[in-house]
Ligand binder design. Sequence first.
Ligand code: UDP
Ligand code: MG
Length: 315
Amino acid sequence: MPLLSLIVPCYNEQESIPIFYGEVKKVIDGMPCDCELIFVDDGSRDGTRAAAAALAESDSRVYYVSFSRHFGKEAAMYAGFCCARGDYVGVMDVDLQDPPSMLPEMYAAVSGGECDVAAARRVDRHGEPPVRSMFARGFYRMINKISDAEMVDGARDFRIMRREVADVITSMHEYNRFSKGIFGWVGFRTKWIPYENRERVAGKTKWSFWRLFAYAVDGIMNFSQVPLSIASWLGFGLTFFAFIAELVIVIRRLLFDEPVAGWASLVCIIIFMGGLQIFFLGIIGQYIAKMYLEAKHRPHYIVADSNRDDIKRIG
Ligand code: UDP
Ligand code: MG
């Protein structure tokens, strides 16, 4: 039978893990494939590792990989991809916001050859603060205009893909990972399965508004050079404008002998220009900072403990 690997990133999820396992077990027991569950403990401070290790004791299909510190969900997913052995690889959250009942449909779509990736897509943002939804919508509208990686509004990381797709994703070693972009960038035939948003089963979300905002900015910078070209185009436009204005002033002075008044407006323009220059220097600085991080070739994660022998401890 084909093997399906499910990667489950967990950060401080000791309450969710047993509930998740109970629900997922019911579903995967009835599926026409073997399954392995890979819990990636992202340096949690609570009993997440112990909870996953306890499950691994009682069920040989369960594996856990525990990081030496908190590396973030992106690193946790990457570690999961690195050790997933399945013919099909899936990713899902542990808080049951990704309904396990969708797994059979996703698996059928991928294994039946209908598509290479079957992914979940939230059709509403029920239970989410309106400001957050507004920013999220704006983000997707913008990123799709300025990047060649297609990102679908409401797309979740929750998906099942064929081995070939997983291999491509694992082969992308970039340090600044933005999975929503990577999934879109690699392409392949994707089937979107809509579902209604639901509340998490236990614990609370790890994403504050500002963390999400920083994540969105990260996504833009990782998948688009448009902010840099805005700097060049705006610089060009302003220089052109200044040249014409200068010409007008000189002509007025020479031909009509009109003196130019208004130092206050001049000061405003100087401050405006100074601000603009610092702003764009900042954008350039951000890209350089990312290059600096990439150039160091630091590992994405460090494994402190795992019941998987074949995993790369530093990956
Ligand atoms: N997660 C993680 N590392 C982090 C943040 C989150 O491994 O730094 C995991 C978390 O345990 C959960 C999933 O990623 O399984 C999604 O996190 P969360 O539910 O907080 O995000 P939301 O559903 O609110 O977007
Ligand atoms: Mg969640």
